[in-house]
Design a protein around this ligand. Structure first.
Ligand code: SF4
Ligand code: SF4
Ligand code: FES
Length: 480
């Protein structure tokens, strides 16, 4: 463990660390654009320069190995002068369109200009213009005038997603990031991570383009239910204090964007594009009315009817949701498992064209909590559902049920969140809340338990499954 000194303070660095890593790990901030903890070192932006005491020049901290007794200055006059000159150079041809840029509020170029430069451009030359709003892929726009050529996006596609989809062509002030001609970026299921890691507003997410200013949004910690990896994500939605009353109130309860929430035990700093598109899952038309054989009834009436069917059933089978939280599954087990032969179904299967599995994150089971269900309800519950001849009640919880396979004579109680024709065919249909309307935990394929928080209030006409299960069991004696 080499001892180094940063601004005169002793720091125990790890062997093989760089000065950048040792400084950040010990509470000293050194600015960086091109360096990223998960990518190779490019050393091209030069904003991370520091001074070794006694030397009359500066050097980049991101590529300087620590060595015993090294004395580093991160804020000397020389360092400050060099950072200011670097910022002047980087912004030489930058359009400074922060007022219309989606990155405003999260942009390190803005922050560093304020912290290390703060002066108008000294250049007397007109700015060199480049392509604005270049279509990089179906999901990503590129503004070359904002690009500072840090090459993070290029290295991401080479080193992390391995699509090799991006490169830089030309030299000097006409250098441009461009997609490879056979468009592998469109087929890269991790492509949108480049939007996050671009330190400026050059790479823009088309679904989020000019949709919201980030200071009106808040991130709620959540878990992506798109596969059994269960990546930690932030679901961004409008802050309560910035609720829209007239313009478009639907925005108050909609998902503006989804970004990775760094979790070394699950997904590191990345997620796949499916995780970005959770709004397409959660914002499908919702079922918000209870039904008895297709006729709308009050929620309490439907719950009472379901409770009666549960109480009368001689042989009941439950098809349990693999999107249920650990809390909901435990509530089901406590209240009802003794009355049902239970099977955990796959609520979702892979969509056509979706990547099934890879070495980075994507897992074959496209449901978030199969492992949690198996742990709570037992291995036997994860087999193929079987319906004995005397089955007289089937409780279906969640999506993915092939209703044609249910015994024709059995009554059906269906708990679901979305509008589907089967809702109206069930003897009792009870609408239930979705993940963004409640808190809970999922257990991923490797046994890591992750918590998701509530983003929005649920409609009062919709039940929470966790409470519902206790309600369905009230007054029904367990016979087995
Ligand atoms: S587009 Fe962004 S991430 Fe890519 S090189 Fe330019 S500034 Fe860096
Ligand atoms: S890898 Fe799976 S859990 Fe992670 S973001 Fe993609 S779909 Fe969601
Ligand atoms: S962060 Fe060190 S050169 Fe860019």
């Amino acid at each position: 463990m080499p001892e180094i000194f940063i601004n005169g303070q002793s720091v125990q660095a790890e062997t093989n660390q760089t000065v950048m890593q040792a400084a950040l790990a010990n509470g000293f901030y050194i600015p960086y654009f091109c360096w990223h903890p998960q990518l190779s070192i490019a050393g091209n932006c030069r904003i991370c320069t520091v001074q070794v005491e006694g030397r009359s020049w500066v050097e980049i901290a991101c590529n300087m190995p620590v060595s015993e007794g090294l004395h580093i200055l991160t804020d000397s006059d020389l360092v400050r002068a060099h950072r200011k000159a670097t910022m002047q150079f980087i912004t030489l041809n930058h359009p400074v369109d922060c007022g219309i840029c989606d990155k405003a509020g999260e942009c390190t170029l803005q922050d560093y200009h304020f912290a290390y430069n703060g002066s108008p451009s000294v250049s007397r030359e007109p700015k060199v213009h480049a392509t604005k709003y270049h279509d990089l892929s179906a999901r990503i726009l590129l503004d070359n005038e904002r690009c500072i050529l840090c090459s993070r996006c290029v290295r991401f596609t080479r080193e992390i997603s391995k699509s090799n989809a991006l490169g830089i062509k030309n030299r000097g002030d006409v250098s441009l990031v461009r997609a490879a001609e056979d468009s592998p970026l469109d087929g890269d299921p991790y492509s949108d991570n480049v939007v996050d890691i671009c330190p400026v507003g050059a790479l823009l997410s088309k679904p989020f383009l000019q949709k919201a200013r980030v200071w009106y949004l808040q991130p709620t910690p959540s878990v992506c239910p798109g596969c059994e990896r269960g990546c930690s994500v932030s679901i961004w939605h409008r802050k309560a204090q910035w609720r829209l009353r007239a313009l478009d109130p639907a925005q108050n309860t909609s998902i503006a964007r989804v970004t990775p929430l760094e979790n070394p035990a699950v997904n590191g700093p990345w997620i796949c594009n499916k995780g970005r598109d959770l709004a397409q899952v959660f914002e499908r038309p919702r079922a918000d009315h209870a039904l008895l054989k297709g006729k709308p009834v009050e929620l309490a009436v439907a719950i009472a009817a379901a409770r009666k069917l549960v109480g009368e059933a001689r042989h009941a089978v439950a098809l349990v949701s693999s999107w249920g939280s650990n809390e909901e599954l435990a509530a089901f087990k406590t209240a009802l498992a003794g009355r049902f032969t239970t099977f955990v179904k796959r609520d979702h299967e892979a969509m056509p064209g979706e990547r099934i599995e890879d070495d980075l994150l994507i897992r074959p089971d496209k449901n978030p909590n199969t492992a949690g269900a198996r742990a709570i309800l037992g291995e036997s519950s994860t087999g193929e559902p079987a319906f004995p001849a005397d089955t007289d009640l089937v409780l279906v919880w969640g999506e993915g049920c092939n209703f044609a396979r249910l015994p024709a004579t059995a009554k059906v109680v269906f708990l679901n969140s979305y509008l589907q024709p089967e809702n109206g065919h069930a003897d009792v249909f009870i609408p239930i809340s979705i993940q963004t309307e409640r808190a809970g935990h999922y257990t991923n394929f490797a046994g890591v338990v992750s918590r998701f928080e509530r983003c929005f209030a649920k409609n009062p006409s919709v039940a929470d499954a966790q409470e519902l299960f206790a309600g369905l069991a009230v007054g029904t004696a367990v016979t087995s």
